[in-house]
Design a protein around this ligand. Sequence first.
Ligand SMILES: CC(C)(COP(=O)(O)OP(=O)(O)OC[C@H]1O[C@@H](n2cnc3c(N)ncnc32)[C@H](O)[C@@H]1OP(=O)(O)O)[C@@H](O)C(=O)NCCC(=O)NCCS
Length: 163
Amino acid sequence: MIAASIPTADFSVAQLATPQVPQAAALLLAINDDTAYSDECAWLLHCLTRWPPLQVGAVDHGQLVGVASGAVDERDPGLGWSHDLVVSASYQHHGVGAALLRAQLQGFRLLGCSRIRGQSPTRLASAIAFFEHFGFRVVDETTAAGFPGIADGTRVFITECAL
Ligand SMILES: CC(C)(COP(=O)(O)OP(=O)(O)OC[C@H]1O[C@@H](n2cnc3c(N)ncnc32)[C@H](O)[C@@H]1OP(=O)(O)O)[C@@H](O)C(=O)NCCC(=O)NCCS
């Protein structure tokens, strides 16, 4: 019998490099709706240029296995948005998501944010329990309108944590 390939805890987490954007965008597409691959790449490149420490990747044996993407609010520089966090299915529950979120929260601190918000559409609501491990709490429920990667009209939970 051939043993299933189990990822090691040997991954590393660091700020994304520009050449990783296409691979990162492909991972993010899995959780975003109404988004074309080219738009995902363009949005991620924009975020990487504006807020480099908030775009973080996890790499195992040269392969990108998880991504976190975020932004600073255009009107409130103390407010950060943790827009996206995804770990490849076979790497989930091995600490990769936790390492990515911790690195991104450190990025928010560096940029002077004191409050971080996330948006979880109802289809990803099961991940809210993950964010609660890190101090996030649901503070609002709203209908998406112009949220990155979330179709307008979708019900969304807004989570928040203080840094
Ligand atoms: C949510 C997600 C990012 C978590 O990443 P992960 O690498 O599987 O999580 P970790 O292994 O780092 O888990 C960290 C902790 O959170 C807990 N946890 C992980 N996923 C959880 C979930 N869905 N619900 C509740 N707790 C969860 C783990 O038990 C672990 O707790 P511990 O440290 O006490 O053992 C990952 O499951 C994922 O990519 N899901 C699909 C996309 C998604 O829903 N993204 C979030 C919305 S943008």
